[in-house]
Design a protein around this ligand. Structure first.
Ligand code: 5GP
Ligand code: MG
Ligand code: MG
Length: 183
């Protein structure tokens, strides 16, 4: 499908829809191996992780429960502050269960570091992280990530769930925005 007006604002495509789906397929295989025979809940972090959750879950050839959390980090614009507030909590009780948190990008790591310790305090069997993208240069908190799609340079990307001012989440590819968008 042609997304026309949305796609023309991208100055560079970093990952195409096809590349993303292929990589998620590989991560799904790793997850299948690691959790073979085990009960598994995947937790998507709203709203950015919607696309990753949908495609990762369907790439998993096994039963999996999908749950969601919405958190907001105080602070504005494109930077998070590390102070996190729960806007929507899990529906599931995760005590005694294996959990994989699914996110689209780790930037400073503040959000996922907070979320990991929050979920770990609920007595799960295990908590791991799966992220499509990670910016190693931006990391401010040590976050152990078991499944990473790609490490990328420290630049702002949009598409495939990633927004700029709530736009561009519906792009199929991931890329960088043309300078005219910011001005
Ligand atoms: P962290 O707590 O790791 O700094 O924040 C991660 C969140 O910041 C992501 O879930 C995402 O919402 C936002 N974010 C970080 N880097 C980018 C980026 O390059 N593009 C977009 N669109 N959002 C980003
Ligand atoms: Mg996110
Ligand atoms: Mg955002």
């Amino acid at each position: 499908m042609d997304s026309g007006a949305v796609e023309k604002d991208l100055v560079e495509v970093l990952f195409t829809e096809k590349q993303i789906l292929d990589r998620l397929g590989e991560l799904a295989q790793e997850i299948e191996r690691d959790y073979d025979g085990k009960d598994l809940v995947i937790v998507g972090v709203l709203r950015g992780a919607v696309m990753v959750m949908a495609d990762l879950a369907r790439a998993l050839g096994r039963h999996v429960e999908m749950d969601w959390m919405a958190v907001s980090s105080y602070g504005s614009g494109t930077k998070s502050s590390g102070v996190v507030r729960i806007l929507k909590d899990l529906d599931a009780d995760i005590s005694g269960r294996h959990v994989v948190i699914v996110d689209e990008i780790i930037d400073t790591g503040l959000t996922l570091s907070w979320l990991t310790s929050n979920l770990s305090s609920r007595g799960p069997a295990s908590v791991e992280i799966c992220t499509l993208l990670r910016k190693p240069e931006a990391l401010q908190m040590p976050v152990e990530v078991k499944y990473v799609g790609w490490d990328i340079p420290n630049e702002f990307v949009v598409g495939y769930g990633l927004d700029y001012r709530e736009r561009y989440r519906n792009l199929r590819d991931i890329g960088t925005l043309a300078p005219h968008v910011y001005s």
